[in-house]
Design a protein around this ligand. Structure first.
Ligand SMILES: CCCCCCCC/C=C\CCCCCCCC(=O)OC[C@H](COP(=O)(O)O[C@@H]1[C@H](O)[C@H](OP(=O)(O)O)[C@@H](O)[C@H](O)[C@H]1O)OC(=O)CCCCCCC/C=C\CCCCCCCC
Ligand SMILES: Nc1ccn([C@@H]2O[C@H](COP(=O)(O)O)[C@@H](O)[C@H]2O)c(=O)n1
Ligand code: MG
Ligand code: MG
Length: 200
């Protein structure tokens, strides 16, 4: 949904930044790798310590690099097949680090098994959602539908962690269970989409 409705607005910001980076000889792959490494580093150092507000703000800044690398690729005219693979692979690494770090915080730091379960479901479902789409595309099928695409998943999660960090009660638990349910549902939507997209 955000991919359809927010992308045009986001591009009005990211396209000029992408063109500026190209003028300074920055390549899209550098943006992808730097954004991923910094997202992972921020998530694994901040979330397990329970620094949820700081973690949310810092991780968000570096996750937004994922919106920039495509803009740099378009502005440089060097976008390509490998860039798309690197982008998607790095997305999985960043998602694993963000969800995994919060899972560590929930289970090890605070001993909250309910939050841990919701995070575990969301982590596994997030990876499966993306894998089913990629595998379907490799088979010549299409599986793009889903209520919880990556942007939606990250927005729900990070608004929940940010507000929890600010001391707002209940919001994180609601966000985590909405996220887990929507993510599991999206796995089903992607599989059904792939099935229906078969020719004949
Ligand atoms: C209240 C207390 C304080 C809390 C503050 C924090 C609030 C945090 C709120 C939001 C943070 C959101 C961060 C999200 C960043 C990442 C977004 C993202 O994923 O963008 C990519 C996405 C899709 O692009 P692709 O098609 O290239 O991506 C593919 C897709 O993700 C596939 O998904 P899946 O199959 O898993 O469902 C993957 O498979 C595939 O790997 C991947 O390549 O782009 C969009 O959807 C476009 C719209 C995104 C809107 C996000 C909202 C961000 C909020 C603010 C934007 C401000 C913009 C400023 C930019 C400045 C840059 C200098
Ligand atoms: N290192 C990269 C990253 C991305 N691309 C291209 O951009 C597309 C993704 O665009 P986003 O705005 O969603 O990041 C991707 O499919 C590639 O075509 C690239 O070439 N190199
Ligand atoms: Mg990207
Ligand atoms: Mg991406």
């Amino acid at each position: 949904m955000l991919n359809v409705f927010a992308r045009a607005s986001v591009s009005r910001i990211t396209d000029p930044v992408g063109a500026w980076l190209v003028r300074h000889r920055v390549s899209p792959n550098v943006v992808t790798v730097v954004g991923t490494v910094c997202s992972v580093a921020a998530a694994v150092t901040l979330f397990p310590r329970g620094w949820l507000l700081t973690g949310t703000l810092v991780v968000t800044v570096f996750l937004l690099f994922d919106l920039l690398d495509g803009a740099v690729a378009r502005a440089s005219g060097h976008g390509g097949d490998f860039g798309a693979v690197l982008d998607a692979g790095c997305d999985r690494i960043a998602d694993g680090a963000v969800f995994g770090s919060l899972l560590w915080w929930a289970l090890v730091t605070t001993g909250n098994e309910t939050r841990g379960l919701a995070l575990l479901l969301s982590l596994v479902a997030a990876q499966v959602i993306s894998y089913v789409k990629a595998r379907a595309e490799a088979q010549g099928l299409s599986a793009t539908a889903g209520v919880a695409e990556r942007a939606e998943r990250l927005v729900v999660l990070l608004v929940g962690t940010g507000l929890h960090g600010l001391g707002v009660p209940y919001v994180l638990d609601v966000a985590l269970w909405v996220l887990a349910a929507a993510s599991v549902f999206t796995v089903g939507q992607r599989l059904v989409g792939a099935y229906r997209s078969r020719a004949g």
